[in-house]
Design a protein around this ligand. Structure first.
Ligand code: DGL
Length: 275
């Protein structure tokens, strides 16, 4: 793999922003970016063929992140957003050593959740790979601010979302298995520590309501977008506000089912291209 750190690539302000995830989860971040920055061009890549990352080895995740990031850099992106908690905690540091463009990652929002919690009990829903990652564990120790943090790995949820089965009985069963013990512990904040999970917000809220619990969900789309804006400003990379940014969507598994799922989650017509 070429190291692009010292290669003289100077992206222009009109270059697009590259955003990627293992699948459709990162659309929860991309949507917020698109709303806040309509003048910026976006290229979104879903590595659907290799999802879920959360059940893969660290080496595999690093290899996929490097492959996608290098291809996006060759396509001329000016900034990269790793819209995936699993890829961020496992691969962002080594990627930053290879690339000279700004790279923004996504980490579970433990800090605001712990600060806001009144019961001082907070849960974080994550993939298996995130739950085992030492950087993730350090993040909790650093930001728990006296709160007890319950780590809940949620294998199976990403697959249900990728299969368009968010409203299915089996997805509901999985959610109950993960949420009911946390509700019993009286947590009052649940951090959505995987970018796929905001697409289950309605289903999660329904279970919380049925259990008559009072729990707020905490996600990261807006803080990540604000971080992106500050990096664009810092590096003088913002596009002119008069521009209308294009949106391009790619998947490593470009099927009709994926096209439908993307359109449903993006809530706007789009054309999915093969990556
Ligand atoms: N959406 C991703 C995350 O935030 C990855 C999920 C997966 O592929 O397991 O962790």
């Amino acid at each position: 793999m070429t190291n692009l750190k010292n290669v003289n690539i100077a992206p222009s302000n009109n270059a697009p922003i590259g955003i990627f995830d293992s699948g459709v989860g990162g659309l929860s971040i991309a949507k917020c970016i698109s709303e806040q920055l309509p003048h910026e061009g976006l290229i979104y890549v879903a590595d659907t063929l290799h999802a879920p990352y959360g059940e893969k080895s660290i080496d595999f995740i690093i290899e996929r992140v490097n492959t996608i990031a290098h291809r996006l850099v060759k396509q001329g992106v000016k900034v990269l957003v790793i819209a995936c908690n699993t890829a961020t905690v496992n691969a962002i540091s080594q990627l930053r050593e290879q690339l000279s463009i700004p790279i923004i990652g996504v980490e579970p929002a433990i800090k605001p959740a712990a600060l806001q919690s009144e019961s001082k009990k907070v849960a974080v829903l994550v993939t298996q790979a995130t739950s085992e990652n030492s950087q993730f564990k350090s993040l909790i120790t650093k930001h728990q601010n006296g709160a007890q943090v319950f780590i809940q790995p949620c294998p199976g949820l990403v697959e249900k979302i990728e299969q368009g089965l968010s409203d299915s009985h089996c997805c509901d069963q999985l959610l109950r298995r993960y949420l009911l013990p946390l509700i019993a512990q009286k947590v009052d904040r649940i951090v959505l520590g995987c970018t796929h999970y905001p697409f289950l917000q309605q289903q999660i809220k329904r279970i919380i309501e049925e259990e008559k619990a009072s729990i707020s969900l905490v996600e990261t789309a807006l803080p990540v977008t604000l971080q992106l804006i500050s990096q664009l400003e810092k590096h003088n990379l913002s596009a002119a506000k008069s521009t209308i940014g294009t949106r391009q969507f790619y998947s490593s598994k470009n099927t009709n089912i994926q096209q439908e799922l993307f359109t449903k989650l993006w809530q706007n017509p789009l054309t999915l291209q093969s990556f």
